[in-house]
Write a protein that binds this ligand. Structure first.
Ligand code: GDD
Length: 299
């Protein structure tokens, strides 16, 4: 299968490209330097590649950072998705498109409404979430109005080696290793009470490919583990695995204007469509992330 990946140099893109190659697909990247908002450039890159499928991963991914410039977040996530969908619609035959949305679109959900199914209301709290709601609806419109086979995924938190420090598991793991190297006893943290549904990125990219072959166009799928873990537990486990005892110091700089208390997904729609189940345990992921930081920091 000829697959075009937007955002192929990012954290998820690299893992997806490796997985597709392993499965015998031929992934190509949307040309280096092509801005997803640049309609003519995207159109000609997509037409040149003539892909069977497009994995649209390029986007602004920091929820906390999205408050700084909501207009730019909307341009990249919503307008960028529109450009990719328009380019897909202009190709004959029309490639299938995976639009990557986020569990953030559900916003704050009451405990008794957990786990969150795809039929839960969309109640975006952050500029990031609103941009993803827009991207989803652009995908739906391209499917309903132009016949582009679009699959939409609402990815819950995904983690693994290679993720930047902008995200909690990587951030905490890097600080744990730094503390070990520097023989310090204190670690800076943000909101430890939040609970998130974590899946290893290598399982996430498997789900994406399975959906492109087994998913129903026009449909939305949660990609999640079905279990939520408090950030405090993640920190405790990272310290246990690394064999270090650290004192926690809350850094107000790491707090957000609004933070969703808990996200836990219901992944049964994805499981029944494709048979996907996550295979990598959270402990294995945390060990791999610590190992990655040990290597990067020369520890
Ligand atoms: N980044 C970060 N750094 N977050 C921290 C820290 C820290 O030092 N300490 C605590 N947190 C808390 C955040 O406040 C949040 O409640 C939780 O850890 C997770 O933060 P992130 O890892 O930044 O992820 P996110 O949940 O905001 O968003 C991620 O998941 C979404 C899907 O649920 C991103 O990957 C999004 O792109 C993705 O759509």
């Amino acid at each position: 299968m000829h697959a075009l990946i937007t955002g192929s140099s990012g954290f998820v893109g690299k893992w997806l490209a490796a997985h597709l190659r392993e499965m015998g697909d031929e992934p190509v990247a949307l040309g280096a330097g092509v801005d997803v908002g640049d309609a003519p450039a995207v159109r000609s890159a997509v037409n040149d590649a003539r892909p069977d499928v497009i994995y649209h991963l390029a986007g602004f991914s920091s929820v906390g950072g999205s408050w700084d410039d909501p207009g730019e977040v909307f341009r990249v996530n919503a307008l960028g998705t529109l450009r990719v969908l328009e380019a897909a619609a202009s190709c004959k035959p029309t490639p299938a498109v995976l639009v990557v949305s986020s569990s953030e679109v559900y916003g704050t959900v009451a405990e008794n409404d957990l786990p969150i199914s795809e039929d839960s209301p969309l109640r975006p709290v952050t500029p990031y979430a609103a941009s993803k709601v827009a991207a989803e609806f652009l995908g739906l419109q391209a499917f309903l109005g132009r016949g582009v086979p679009v699959m939409i995924v609402r990815a819950f938190n995904h983690v693994g080696p290679g993720q930047s420090r902008g995200f909690v598991v990587s951030a905490l793991a890097s600080r744990v290793i730094e503390a070990q190297v520097a023989h310090t006893k204190v670690i800076r943290v943000g909101n430890l009470s939040a609970r998130r549904d974590f899946t290893d990125v290598r399982d996430v990219v498997r789900a994406y490919r399975m959906l492109m072959t087994g998913g129903v166009p026009g449909e939305v799928y949660n990609v999640c583990s079905g279990r939520d873990v408090a950030i405090s537990s993640i920190l405790r486990r990272l310290c246990e695995i690394a064999g270090i005892d650290l004192e926690v110091e809350v850094d107000p700089q790491l707090a957000r204007p609004v933070d969703i208390p808990v996200l836990r997904g219901d992944g049964s729609r994805l499981a029944s469509a494709t048979g996907w189940v996550p295979e990598i345990s959270l402990d294995d992921t945390l060990s791999a992330v610590l190992g990655d930081w040990r290597e990067k920091l020369g520890a």
